[in-house]
Structures are given as structure tokens and as C-alpha cells.
Design a protein around this ligand. Structure first.
Ligand code: IPE
Ligand code: IPE
Ligand code: MG
Length: 260
């Protein structure tokens, strides 16, 4: 780190969590997190994978608190992908059960933190009891305004794009639009959550450096940040490191730097 950067973030502690001048951080409006590494976290402790998933679900509460601390408005978390159905049936079952349990158990805390809950994904492809939980959590949290937690469940970026294309094809067939009226804007309006801004920063813990079909359209210009820490251990220290890295990024969107 150059001395210039050091003074910019003024690290003055050698403790685990860097002490930084938070007023110097650029805070993204929307962060998205790929909650990966639960299985390896459990394996390291000689525990069943389900224990890792439980620890991972608990850590989502911590992430919400930490994002609330920084005033981040939207947090999207990847909880179950369209490809995760290929796991053993017992693991899929565990993940579904945990999902139901999570919203029952933590709703009072989400309420206390002012967190609205929304879902993104192919929800109609989920068992009816899960769809009911989604509806209940969304309806019951509509009035909360401090932060929005978006849970990507049975989510696949390619499926989202295909489903948007299908909706547009139906509109063309019905004669409500013509094919040359389809623009990027109109396409985006047919994605799952058209009113949510694109993620500014996508974080993936666990050491993998890929996006695994997450926010394929919306993440076209997102900054990416990877960490070796496994998801259940991802805490304030890691979030702060991600925000420090984000603050230093120069988002050009194909243009030139502001100072040029
Ligand atoms: C992420 O942890 C949870 C889901 C994908 C649902 P993993 O279960 O993928 O954990 P690893 O990657 O095997 O460690
Ligand atoms: C991505 O993790 C999906 C979620 C965290 C829900 P995976 O563990 O499924 O991704 P791959 O298989 O390593 O790409
Ligand atoms: Mg994984």
C-alpha cells in the first residue's frame, strides 16, 4: 500500500478488525454476496455439511447487522442456485428446511433492524410451503425501510434472462409491443426485480473466483471482490476490507476517469 493510500484510510490498529476512518469509505448502494464455503467450513471441523449450512444461515444475520451499520440500502444474498438441485436430495432438503426456519426464527430481529425482505429467483419452481414462506416474509416486511434484504433462492442468472425473453415474446405475440421496440431498458424491466438498482459490488468468500450464474445481467458492471474466508466466518473485518477495496476502485463504465 502506498503512503498516500495509508493516509487515506488511516489504519492505526494492528488488531484483527482494521480501524479505519469510516467517513472516507465509499458506501455502495447495493452489495451482493455469494454465501459459499459452508461445506468446507463444516469439513474443517469434522461436522456434517448441514452444520455448515446452519452456521452459514446464522451468519446472514451478522451480515445484515454489519451492512446496516454502514448504511447499505440493498443486500442480495445467493442462497440456492438453479444448479444446486443437483446435490444429494438430503442436502437439498436440509437447505429448504433451514430456509423456512430462518424466517420464522429471525423475523423479529429483522423487524427490529428495519429490514424488508424480498426474493429473487424462479419461485414458482419451489415447493408450495417455501413459496408460502416467501409470500409471508415479503408481505410482513413491506413497511420496513432501513434496508432491503433480497434472497436469491432457486436463482439462476441465465434462467432469469430466458424468462424475461419469454415475457417479451408473449408481448410481441399479443401485439402489445413490436420486436424493434425491445431495448436494454425494456429487457431489464422484465427481469425479476426491475425496481432494484444493479449491484455495485459482488462479494464471494470461500476462495472461488467465479460468479456461478449469479446476477448475470445486473452484474455486468459490478465490482468483484473475492476472499479466502469461508462464508460462516465472513464478518465485519471482511466486509470492511471489501468496502476499503471498493472505495479505491475507479468505475469507468466504459468511459474515462473523472479526473481525466
Ligand atoms: C454454499 O456452501 C451453500 C450453497 C451453495 C447452498 P457450499 O455448500 O457450496 O459449501 P462448499 O462450497 O461445499 O464449501
Ligand atoms: C454458488 O455456490 C451458489 C450459492 C452459494 C447459493 P456453489 O457452491 O453452488 O457454486 P460452485 O458449484 O462452486 O460454482
Ligand atoms: Mg460451494
Amino acid at each position: 500500500m502506498s503512503s498516500n493510500e495509508e493516509s487515506k484510510f488511516s489504519f492505526f490498529s494492528r488488531k484483527k478488525t482494521p480501524v479505519i476512518d469510516e467517513s472516507k469509505l465509499k458506501i455502495p448502494q447495493h452489495i451482493a454476496v455469494i454465501m459459499d464455503g459452508n461445506g468446507r467450513w463444516a469439513k474443517k471441523r469434522m461436522l456434517p455439511r448441514s452444520a455448515g449450512h446452519r452456521a452459514g444461515a446464522d451468519n446472514l444475520k451478522t451480515l445484515c447487522k454489519n451492512c446496516g451499520h454502514y448504511g447499505i440500502k440493498y443486500v442480495t444474498v445467493y442462497a440456492f442456485s438453479t444448479e444446486n438441485w443437483s446435490r444429494p436430495e438430503s442436502e437439498v432438503h436440509t437447505l429448504m428446511e433451514l430456509f423456512v426456519e430462518y424466517f420464522d426464527r429471525y423475523d423479529p430481529e429483522l423487524e427490529q433492524e428495519g429490514i424488508r425482505v424480498r426474493f429473487t429467483g424462479d419461485l414458482l419452481g419451489l415447493p408450495q410451503n417455501i413459496q408460502d414462506v416467501c409470500k409471508r416474509a415479503e408481505e410482513g416486511s413491506k413497511h420496513r425501510t432501513r434496508m432491503t434484504l433480497i434472497v436469491a433462492f432457486n436463482y439462476g442468472g441465465r434462467r432469469e434472462i430466458v424468462q424475461a425473453a419469454q415475457k417479451l415474446a408473449q408481448q410481441v405475440k399479443a401485439g402489445t409491443i413490436t420486436e424493434d421496440e425491445i431495448t436494454e431498458d425494456m429487457f431489464a424491466k422484465n427481469l425479476y426485480l426491475p425496481d432494484v438498482p444493479d449491484p455495485d459490488l459482488i462479494i464471494r468468500p470461500s476462495g472461488e473466483e467465479r460468479t456461478s450464474n449469479f446476477l448475470v445481467w445486473e452484474g455486468a458492471y459490478s465490482e468483484l471482490w473475492f476472499s479466502d474466508v469461508l462464508w460462516p466466518d465472513f464478518g465485519m473485518k471482511e466486509l470492511t476490507e471489501a468496502l476499503v477495496a471498493y472505495t479505491k476502485r475507479d468505475r469507468r463504465f466504459g468511459g474515462l476517469s473523472e479526473e481525466k
